[in-house]
Write a protein that binds this ligand. Structure first.
Ligand SMILES: O=c1nc[nH]c2c1ncn2[C@H]1C[C@H](O)[C@@H](COP(=O)(O)OP(=O)(O)OP(=O)(O)O)O1
Ligand SMILES: [Mg+2]
Length: 198
């Protein structure tokens, strides 16, 4: 089976990529699984695109092979687009999903459900040594719940209610999440590229 390196240390993302790539008989290998230790990459960019490119290019240059990176986050209209690019570290270092959720719920206290609109964004960057980096962008529209619920998924899933659903993303099965998520929206656009890896 062919392999594709995914420049992530997030086990939740890694699991989702494994499922997507398995459909094409490709083994998606995250940085958590490599035998050599890879230092964390400073996500110093001011956009998802910059951070996705940083992660993909640095790891690709290090390993001298094609690498896919995912930079993603939650954009909340009532917070002027925050946490956005800073989603992972919204409540400070070290990154902590529960603290991030608590901070968002606190900041949205008293905000009417009609004004709690938000979207998950996912930017994928594919870096191939000696070639131009490819980018794909995916969305998932929804609303921020008033309290958290559910244990599936990761990150902000327990407070995100996707449009067309009445439960949070964390209450939906992984199968359903993988049909509607920002990550699947972006990955589908890479399908032609993924197929030529087979
Ligand atoms: O499907 C998702 N469901 C819930 N939350 C999500 C999702 N997708 C991204 N998120 C949140 C998690 C984290 O707070 C931030 C990503 O930050 P981001 O820098 O891209 O990833 P990360 O630091 O966790 O791992 P890595 O950089 O090693 O890929 O957005
Ligand atoms: Mg990160």
């Amino acid at each position: 089976m062919n392999e594709m390196i995914i420049a992530t240390k997030n086990p939740g993302k890694a699991k989702e990529f494994k499922i997507f790539f398995a459909k094409y008989r490709i083994n998606a290998v995250s940085l958590l699984e490599l035998s050599r230790e890879i230092d964390d990459i400073d996500e110093t960019g001011t956009t998802f695109e910059e951070n996705a490119a940083l992660k993909a290019k640095e790891i690709s240059a290090l390993l001298k092979r094609p690498v896919l990176a995912d930079d993603s986050g939650l954009v909340i209209d009532a917070l002027d687009g925050q946490p956005g690019v800073f989603s992972a570290r919204y409540a400070g270092e070290p990154k902590d999903d529960q603290k991030n959720i608590d901070k968002v719920l606190r900041e949205l206290q008293g905000v009417d459900p009609s004004k709690r609109t938000a979207r998950f964004l996912c930017i994928l960057a594919v870096a191939v040594p000696g070639e131009r980096t490819i980018f794909k962008k995916g969305f998932c529209e929804g609303k921020i719940a008033t309290s958290q619920a559910g244990h599936h998924g990761f990150g902000y899933d327990p407070i995100f209610i996707p449009d067309g659903y009445t439960t949070t993303m964390a209450q939906l099965s992984p199968d359903v999440k993988n049909q509607i998520s920002h990550r699947s929206d972006a990955i589908i656009q890479l399908e032609d590229w993924v197929k030529q890896l087979q």
